[in-house]
Ligand binder design. Structure first.
Ligand SMILES: Cc1cc2nc3c(=O)[nH]c(=O)nc-3n(C[C@H](O)[C@H](O)[C@H](O)COP(=O)(O)OP(=O)(O)OC[C@H]3O[C@@H](n4cnc5c(N)ncnc54)[C@H](O)[C@@H]3O)c2cc1C
Length: 306
C-alpha cells in the first residue's frame, strides 16, 4: 500500500460504516471484471448506507479522486473499472422490501435480479426486464445500464419500471427523484428546469428521432422523460451508468406472472431469414424472442453430451 492509499484508508475508516480497503490483494481483485481490461483502483469502498456513499462522494471531490460504481462486475466493457475508488454495492446494500402485495418493490442496488424474482414468485409477480445475466446482475446495474432482455417486447427496459430513485449527486447530496415540476424547490426542481430547457431547445431533433420509429436504447435518453408538465427524472437517470448520480435505492413496478406460456422453435438457413421471421412473429403477438446461432447450438449440444 503506498502513502496515498494509506491516507485514504485512514481518512475514510473513521467516517464510513462500511469497509474501505486499499490493500494490494483487494485492489488486485477489483482490477478486473468480465471484460478483457485491467485497471487497478486506489481502493475499494463497500458502503452500508446511502450516507456512506454520500461521504465517499464528498471525500472524492475534495481529493480529486474518480469513483467507479460496481455491482457484480459482469460487464464486458470494463464499465465498473477505474483508477480511483471502486464502490462495491453488492456486499452490504441488499435490502429488499415487497410493497402493495408485490405490485412494487423497494430495492437497494446490491439486490440480485434473480433473488428479487424469487421473492416475487409467492405474489405471482415478476420484474419484467430480463437481461441474460439475471442470475448475478444487481438491480443498481439493471437501472444503470437500462437493461432489457428477451421479453423487451412485453416489458420494455428498466426505465419503464422505475417509480422513484434515491441517488447521491456529484456534490454528495442524497436525493429522491421521481416526476418533478420545474418550479419545485431544491435539486429535483433545478434538474427538472435544466431538463425542460434541453427538451425545449432540442424539440425538433427529438421529434424527428422519435418519428423515425427507431428503437432508442442509448443512455442519456430524454425523448420519453416528459410526463405532462413534469419531468421524469428517475426515468432519465436510468441508463446513465453512474456518470450523473449513484443509485442507493429504487422503487420499481412489477408485472403479473403470465398464466400460460408457450414456446416455438423456428429454424432458418440464413440470418437474414431469421430477422424477417422475427418481424413476422411480432405481428402474431409474441412477447419474447431470442436468436441462437449455429455456434451457440453447438455449444449446447456439446454441453448436453458431456
Ligand atoms: C453474457 C452477457 C449477456 C448479457 N445480456 C444482456 C441482456 O440480455 N440485456 C441487457 O440489457 N444487458 C445484457 N448484458 C449486460 C448486463 O445487463 C450488464 O452487464 C449487467 O447489468 C451488469 O450487472 P452487474 O451487476 O455485473 O454490474 P457491473 O458490471 O458491476 O456494472 C455495470 C454498470 O452499472 C454501474 N453501476 C453499478 N451499480 C450502480 C449504482 N448503484 N449506481 C450507479 N451505477 C451503478 C457500473 O458503474 C457500470 O457502469 C449482458 C452481459 C453479459 C456479459
Amino acid at each position: 500500500m503506498d502513502v496515498e492509499q494509506q491516507r485514504i484508508q485512514d481518512d475514510l475508516r473513521g467516517i464510513l460504516q462500511g469497509d474501505i480497503l486499499c490493500d494490494p490483494l483487494t485492489c488486485q481483485l477489483y482490477a478486473s471484471d468480465a471484460s478483457v481490461y485491467q485497471l487497478r483502483p486506489l481502493g475499494v469502498v463497500r458502503p452500508r448506507t446511502a450516507a456512506d456513499v454520500a461521504t465517499c462522494v464528498r471525500y472524492a471531490n475534495e481529493h480529486h479522486l474518480s469513483l467507479h460504481a460496481r455491482g457484480a462486475g459482469s460487464g464486458v466493457s470494463g464499465e465498473s473499472l477505474g483508477r480511483g475508488l471502486v464502490i462495491d454495492f453488492s456486499r452490504y446494500m441488499r435490502r429488499l422490501q415487497v410493497l402493495q402485495q408485490g405490485s412494487s418493490v423497494r430495492v437497494q442496488p446490491g439486490v440480485v435480479l434473480a433473488n428479487l424474482n424469487r421473492q416475487l414468485r409467492g405474489y405471482r409477480r415478476v420484474y419484467g426486464p430480463d437481461p441474460a445475466t439475471r442470475s448475478v446482475t444487481t438491480m443498481g446495474s439493471v437501472l444503470s445500464v437500462d437493461a432489457s432482455g428477451s421479453h423487451y417486447l412485453r416489458y420494455g427496459s428498466a426505465r419503464e419500471t422505475v417509480v422513484s430513485l434515491q441517488a447521491v449527486t456529484s456534490g454528495g447530496e442524497i436525493v429522491e427523484v421521481s416526476r418533478h415540476g420545474v418550479e419545485e424547490p431544491g435539486i429535483p426542481g433545478r434538474w427538472a428546469a435544466g431538463m425542460r430547457h434541453i427538451l425545449d431547445r432540442n424539440a425538433a431533433a427529438i421529434e424527428q428521432l422519435v418519428a423515425s420509429g427507431r428503437i432508442l436504447r442509448g443512455g442519456y435518453r430524454v425523448d420519453d422523460c416528459l410526463a405532462g408538465a413534469q419531468i421524469d427524472l428517475a426515468k432519465f437517470l436510468c441508463g446513465t451508468e453512474g456518470t450523473l448520480a449513484l443509485f442507493t435505492e429504487a422503487t420499481l413496478r412489477t408485472e403479473p406472472m403470465p398464466g400460460h406460456r408457450g414456446v416455438a422453435l423456428l429454424f432458418f438457413s440464413r440470418l437474414e431469414l431469421a430477422a424477417r421471421g422475427a418481424i413476422a412473429a411480432v405481428r402474431q403477438g409474441v412477447v419474447a424472442c431470442d436468436l441462437m446461432d449455429r455456434r451457440l447450438l453447438e455449444i449446447a449440444r456439446e454441453t448436453e453430451s458431456q
